[in-house]
Design a protein around this ligand. Structure first.
Ligand SMILES: [Zn+2]
Length: 243
């Protein structure tokens, strides 16, 4: 299969979920990693990959965005760990690189195999790809925000990651994913988001990188990960075998 970006014949083991995000996960004090998707728990420390979608060069370009995002999220988890919940700003990081990172994750999942959790970006796919690769400015249909799901104030541990999946927010088509402790909600829809208390963190309102911090306990990503982590035959089993 040829590279879906440039058509080159040789594709490589392209990461859908980069290794860097899998290695960081902790559940309680146990080192672990997992995807929560359709209640499936897939422990891995090496990432999730698809061998048939991208060549080395095209994978590498998205990889640079992923490394930038991973570093940014580490800075957030370190520097804001004792901050109160709410909206924050991180002036030293480039917002466009973070939004392009999000576009890259969605686009890769749109060209992934069905059994790896392929998503459908419909007619928006081409522009999301171009935006991810820096070929066009952010299209207005592509907007969103991210929130650090923090376990407790003072705790920077990450508990899970989650591949993108489609949701509807008051009739607006969006995708949701969790990487590096950050929950992304991305609109892929010509209609705008309704104004909300988090409007200030929407990409369209962020000339600097804005985000928010929220208690993880209120989110299914946390409650599901916890449930899955302690189920017999899932994580505990994996740790026994690999500990
Ligand atoms: Zn390529």
């Amino acid at each position: 299969m040829a590279c879906k970006k440039c058509g080159k014949k040789e594709t490589i083991k392209a990461h859908l979920i980069p290794k860097v995000f899998c290695r960081e996960i902790q559940v309680g004090k146990m080192h672990a990693a997992g995807v929560i998707n359709s209640n499936k728990f897939t422990p891995t420390q090496s990432g999730i990959f698809d061998k048939q979608i991208l060549c080395a060069k095209c994978d590498g370009e998205l990889g640079e965005l992923e490394n930038y995002a991973a570093k940014t999220f580490r800075i957030i988890r370190t520097n804001y760990v004792n901050d109160a919940d709410g909206i924050k700003k991180i002036p030293s990081r480039d917002p466009d690189l973070i939004f392009r990172f999000a576009a890259g994750i969605l686009w890769k999942y749109s060209i992934a195999a069905e059994n790896l959790g392929k998503i459908d970006l419909e007619e928006f796919s081409e522009d999301i790809k171009k935006y991810a690769y820096g070929e066009i400015a952010r299209p207005s249909f592509f907007d969103g925000l991210f929130t650090w799901l923090r376990i407790y104030k003072g705790v920077s541990d990450i508990f899970a990651y989650r591949a993108p999946f489609p949701i509807k927010l008051e009739g607006v088509n969006a995708f949701r994913f969790l990487l590096g402790g950050m929950l992304f909600i991305i609109k892929v829809d010509a209609n705008p988001f309704k104004p909300s208390p988090l409007s200030g963190t929407f990409f369209c309102n962020s000339s600097e990188l804005n985000f928010s911090i929220a208690p993880a306990q209120f989110f299914e990503e946390y409650t599901d990960a916890k449930k899955l982590a302690f189920e017999v035959g899932s994580l505990s089993n994996f740790l026994d075998k690999n500990g």
